[in-house]
Design a protein around this ligand. Structure first.
Ligand code: GLN
Length: 586
């Protein structure tokens, strides 16, 4: 087959098509992600608790469905059909998010009595560069609501004098929103969960299938692919929030949907470039296809139930006195997810002990240890879409240069641009180090990544002491965090994927990849809980006290930062016994 010989940057030319397909898919996903938490807090006026809960549950499911999507592709559909189907599901999902309905109306309950609240700043825009937020509570004069450190709320008159201070719990803010539009939005997100399950694992498998088993270009191929991911997200993270701001939320989500549709067209009309790749597995025919597609459609309400339930019971997060108490308070789904992960790790190891050689078993143990540490990394890293975006919105001065400012959602693009810039340098660096026999072993890279992701947070916390009188830190502190996080990501994310293929017993490599994704799903879930702990009080989508907000974020970020640095240090110590278990795999 002469087509197989043609090359693209020294790689099989099919990589180009997979690169662009994934680039546009990630364009859609990260464009949507740049808007989501802000959409939930500022359009639907959900509390931080609910927003971070929905976000954590949603992303946990986004990373859980690939387990099933990979399995279905392996057995019935083949990768390519799965990718096409997932692409359609996801673009429909993003499209549905365009229909957010009219703005929710905030209200406050003061001492049991309900008042309408009018927020004088615009609440339907993802930016919050405005100064002070004022509220008009109908039936009372113009008041400013100020949340206090101790949980009490002070109502201030227009001139700044205190009207009265309400005891903790005497003030509750919520909003009247259309249950229909909330439902539509949640259906859209559910479709994204299911669609991603079909798309994400299988496009990666297709990349792998371009290379023979011993082709040394494989790792480099995945690095190029990883750059495609970030190139796509880079542009959408700038454009979607821009459109949401300039035109309306629907335009931002609409662009994500259009990008996703374009991704689909690239694989649907591939001009035969990908024929022979990702086809149906041998022996499988189309008899089950309809059943699978109907099953996927039926799973949409299941996903809806699962992710909206997942974080429900964690409302008591801030009050729990111990991790044990906290775990007991999890929702049914939360316990289920935790349980699945906690049981699958020893379960697979017992299987490996009984079915593999001694060396194979030891390598599997090493892989599992690294997978468990992986949860810690992504728990912190994935705060990008939740607590860090809310931090950007509330406690970051988003001015860049000369009066020009970016929006909170756009700060997510820092990670993508740093990856695009740094990935080539990293691959040159690893190669140069490897030639001198100095390339750090995998556990060391993982340990450094954990310390790095923690250090990123500690860097931002350090910056909070330089916050201005408006309790906002300069944007560069947040950019610095993302720079450190991106360096850390390059030490763990691509490294981890190839580590799985190298350490796993060959027969179950697909399942091990599934466990890798399961660990990321776990991390999204735990990350959602962390973001919930970092919740601050809002009225009509606006924080009631920026100082309390700054302190809350700094407190949570300090805790997770030091934990991650500590756990990373433990991993560095463990790298010696792990090296022994890994039997020469580097
Ligand atoms: N940014 C990468 C992607 O979207 C990795 C994300 C992850 O594995 N958590 O593919």
């Amino acid at each position: 087959n002469p087509a197989r010989k043609a090359e693209w940057f020294g790689h099989p030319r099919q990589l180009a098509r997979l690169f662009t397909t994934e680039m546009w898919e990630r364009f859609g996903y990260y464009g949507m992600r740049a808007l989501l938490t802000l959409y939930l807090t500022k359009h639907f006026l959900f509390s931080d608790q609910t927003t971070n809960g929905l976000y954590g549950g949603f992303t946990a499911l986004v990373y859980l469905t690939p387990l099933i999507g990979g399995l279905i592709a392996d057995r019935y559909l083949g990768s390519k059909r799965s990718v096409k189907f997932g692409a359609i599901m996801m673009s429909l999902g993003y499209f549905i998010l365009c229909f957010g309905g009219e703005t929710a109306k905030p209200h406050a309950v003061i001492d049991g009595q309900r008042y309408e609240v009018v927020v004088e700043n615009s609440v339907d825009r993802p930016t919050s560069t405005g100064d002070e937020v004022r509220y008009v509570i109908s039936g009372q004069d113009r008041l400013k609501i100020q949340g206090n450190d101790d949980g009490t709320v002070t109502l201030l008159n227009g001139d700044g004098s205190t009207s009265r201070t309400l005891a903790k719990g005497a003030f509750q803010a919520d909003a009247d929103r259309s249950p229909l539009f909330v439902m539509i939005m949640l259906i859209g997100l559910s479709m994204v969960c299911i669609g991603n399950g079909f798309f994400k694992p299988n496009i990666s498998t297709m990349v792998g299938s371009l290379y023979d088993k011993n082709d040394r270009r494989r790792d480099a191929g995945f690095t190029i692919f990883y750059m495609g991911i970030n190139l796509g997200s880079l542009f959408s993270q700038l454009l979607c929030p821009f459109l949401a701001d300039a035109v309306g939320w629907w335009a931002g989500f609409g662009l994500a949907a259009a990008g996703m549709l374009f991704s689909w067209s690239l694989i649907q009309f591939d001009g035969g470039r990908l024929s022979g790749y990702g086809e149906r597995p041998e022996g499988a025919d189309s008899s089950k296809d309809l059943f699978i597609y109907i099953g996927a459609a039926v799973s949409v309400p299941i996903a809806y139930f699962l992710f909206t339930n997942l974080m429900n019971a964690s409302a008591s997060a801030a009050e729990a006195h111990s991790i044990g108490e906290y775990l007991l308070g999890l929702s049914v789904m939360g316990k289920f997810l935790f349980g699945t992960f906690a049981l699958s790790v020893p379960g697979i190891l017992i299987w490996a002990f009984m079915n593999g050689s001694r060396a194979e078993f030891q390598m599997m143990v090493a892989a599992m240890v690294l997978i468990v540490f992986n949860v810690v990394f992504w728990t912190l890293f994935e705060q990008a879409g939740s607590s860090l975006t809310l931090f950007a919105d509330r406690n970051t001065d988003l001015h860049v240069l000369g009066g020009f400012s970016i929006s909170a959602g756009q700060t997510q693009f820092f990670n993508a641009i740093f990856i695009v810039l740094l990935a080539p340098l990293f691959s040159i660096m690893w190669n140069a180090l490897a030639k001198r026999g100095l390339e750090p072993p995998i556990p060391i890279k993982f340990g450094l990544a954990l310390m790095g992701v923690g250090a990123g947070f500690l860097f931002l916390v350090w910056g909070t002491q330089f916050a201005g009188p408006d309790f906002k830190v300069a944007l560069w502190w947040l950019a610095g965090l993302y720079l450190i996080h991106s360096v850390a990501e390059l030490c763990i994310s691509p490294v981890g994927l190839s580590m799985i293929t190298k350490l796993s017993i060959a027969r179950i490599v697909g399942m091990m990849m599934g466990v890798w994704f399961l660990s990321i799903s776990m991390a999204q879930y735990v990350g959602g809980i962390v973001a919930q702990v970092a919740s601050v009080e809002t009225v009509g989508g606006q924080v009631t006290n920026l100082q309390v907000s700054l302190n809350t974020y700094a407190g949570v970020f300090t805790t997770i930062g030091w934990w991650s640095v500590g756990i990373g240090a433990v991993l560095l110590l463990l790298s010696w016994p792990l090296k022994y278990l890994m039997h020469g795999v580097k």
